[in-house]
Design a protein around this ligand. Structure first.
Ligand code: SF4
Length: 577
């Protein structure tokens, strides 16, 4: 239905409109007719306000187009109930933003964090990372820059992003000044500025209150949220309540003007398994529930940020308690990591928790990269993080039975069963990697692969047992085995990067670190440029020289060519080989 500001269609039809009120009538997704009253002349701004009046916005229609299991009416009703948000700043909609929704009724979404730090990266690199994250399926991106030209970086990211952009505005509020100097004038100006730029959602740590800080004392790792720790310090220095909490009503009014969505921050989230689900976390969560209601009264959309380190057995309870205390507002969760002892692999430790959290109620998962706790993610870390979290989100959606979600899995299974390699790769999330890994050992598309070989290929044997023709693309006929096209440069690079770092890179890093840590006697480093504790690693050319010197007439004499044909059951004259 079309909303006409200040003009009551209901009043025209029924003629009983009280003085000073307008009203709208619409039918909800269940077929119930609803009548909503509002102050005369009220003009809705946010998606939430439109939804409450029964208005279906173009952004709601777009969401339903992108998620065919939902109708525009269902999207509207979920937003009206506060269970779904469309983070779409009115100013970002003027650029390339393609509206999307975050909520339990929609598919689980993935956020990728990026941003320059004071020691690494710049605007061009961050825009490249944004596009890279979009390429690998990030549904939203948070610009968490704390260094470089923050303003230019943010503007460039917003101008280039087709996905919603989130920020933690307190970062830019304290650049060049101490947290103690933070005041309302700075907060107000920064929020207006970033909202005018087009930021779609703000993380604001208003839930950390003075009364909660006593609970932090018993923690192993205290406060790990940057925003949370800064505001805790501000409260202690000023002996005052959190300024974001006391100014909440004014903050809501600013966000409403631009339809910026709240991502109410969890400044007291646990930073280790030992601190999970403790008094500090739950006390803050109760406040987040209160702030949610207050934001909704201002017509502002809300999602709630959730904990980062939670033992697997506590995940379900965490999802349920958030839903209860925060009235069903979408839950946006970092991980959570389910173990703390695998730095370097925290995209894996966390995506296990993320899958469970999404299954039990999270609407969006904030990715974690292999660099978590260790350094600023680079391009390949962004890819690894995105893929880990696309897996988590998709696995949860499949388990939740969201209609149509498993279709591509089933199509891929059929292609796999038919040994239709082309279709297998076409349907995979990362076709280049799948193709490169396949061709690394056997660059022929035939009735087996190098994993089991011809005689042991159960899929091939199954096909022999029964005419297993289902799953082939229409018109698909298996012809003669074909040699695949040579690997593309990108696929070759994927193989070269396997293991993430080459021995050269690892040793270079180890040398650099040791030098900086001054753990190796300076003279020795200068003399040999090699660590005292180091193995006899040498570069490839030196290795060849050593090999020859050790007795071989030539390097080639020492190389062994393995003929794998007997093991694979391939006849020597096999035309495939
Ligand atoms: S060889 Fe093994 S891994 Fe490869 S297709 Fe056959 S059953 Fe699958």
């Amino acid at each position: 239905m079309e909303f006409v500001a200040g003009k009551s269609r209901d009043a025209e039809s029924h003629g009983f409109e009280p003085v000073g009120l307008g009203s709208e009538i619409f039918t909800d997704a269940r077929g119930v007719t609803r009548r909503v009253t509002h102050p005369a002349g009220f003009v809705p701004v946010t998606q939430l306000e439109h939804a409450r009046l029964g208005v279906i916005t173009p952004q709601m229609k777009r969401v339903a187009e992108r998620e065919p299991h939902l109708t525009p009416v269902q999207v509207r009703d979920e937003i009206a109930a506060g269970r779904m948000v469309i983070p779409a700043n009115v100013n970002h909609l003027k650029h390339k933003l393609d509206p999307m929704a975050i909520g339990r009724a929609s598919k689980t979404k993935v956020n990728a964090n990026m941003g320059a730090s004071p020691v690494s990266s710049g605007t061009d690199e961050e825009v490249e990372k944004l596009q890279w994250a979009e390429r690998w399926g990030a549904d939203t991106v948070m610009d968490l820059s704390t260094g470089g030209d923050l303003d230019a970086c943010r503007a460039a990211i917003i101008a280039n992003a087709t996905v919603p952009i989130g920020t933690v505005p307190i970062y830019s509020m304290i650049i060049g000044k101490k947290i103690e100097d933070l005041d309302w004038a700075t907060i107000e100006a920064s929020l207006h500025h970033q909202a005018r730029q087009g930021v779609d959602y703000f993380t604001i740590h208003a839930g950390v209150r003075r009364a909660h800080l006593k609970h932090v004392k018993n923690r192993l790792i205290g406060i790990v949220s940057r925003g949370g720790s800064l505001l805790a310090k501000w409260m202690l220095v000023h002996s005052q309540e959190n300024i974001m909490y006391t100014r909440w009503e004014e903050i809501c009014k600013i966000l409403r003007q631009y339809d910026v969505t709240f991502s109410i921050g969890d400044g007291l989230r646990p930073g280790g398994l030992a601190d999970a689900t403790d008094d500090a976390q739950i006390a803050e969560l109760e406040t987040l529930g209160e702030l949610t209601e207050r934001a909704w009264r201002h017509g502002v959309q809300v999602m709630i940020e959730g904990p980062g380190h939670v033992p697997f057995d506590q995940i379900e309870w965490n999802a349920k308690v958030q839903r209860t205390l925060c009235h069903g507002a979408p839950f946006y969760v970092l991980g959570p990591l389910v173990t703390d002892m695998f730095p370097g692999y925290d995209h894996i430790t966390s995506c296990i928790g993320a899958t469970a959290m999404a299954y039990h109620g999270a609407a969006m998962l904030c990715y974690v990269t292999p660099k978590e706790h260790l350094g600023l993610p680079k391009k390949d870390d962004v890819k690894q993080g995105c893929i880990a979290y696309k897996i988590a989100a998709h696995a949860a959606d499949v388990a939740l039975g969201i209609p149509g979600t498993r279709d591509r899995d089933d199509e891929l299974t059929k292609a796999r069963a038919a040994l239709n390699w082309e279709k297998h790769f076409e349907l995979s999330f990362d076709p280049d990697t799948a193709r490169a890994y396949h061709d690394e050992d056997l660059d022929v598309d035939t009735d087996f692969c190098a994993m089991c070989g011809h005689d042991w290929c159960s899929v091939r044997i199954s096909k022999e047992i029964q005419e297993f023709m289902s799953g082939k693309a229409e018109g698909f006929e298996r012809g003669s085995p074909v040699r695949s096209a040579a690997l593309t440069p990108e696929q070759q690079e994927i193989l070269e990067k396997r293991g993430v770092l080459s021995p050269d890179e690892i040793h270079k890093l180890a040398n650099k670190t040791a030098k900086q840590m001054a753990k190796v006697p300076k003279g020795q480093m200068a003399k040999e440029d090699k660590l005292t504790c180091h193995s006899d690693y040498v570069d490839p050319d030196t290795a060849k020289r050593l090999q020859v010197a050790s007795g071989a007439a030539s390097v080639s004499e020492r190389l062994v060519q393995v003929d794998v044909r007997p093991a694979l059951g391939i006849a020597k004259e096999d035309r495939v080989v």
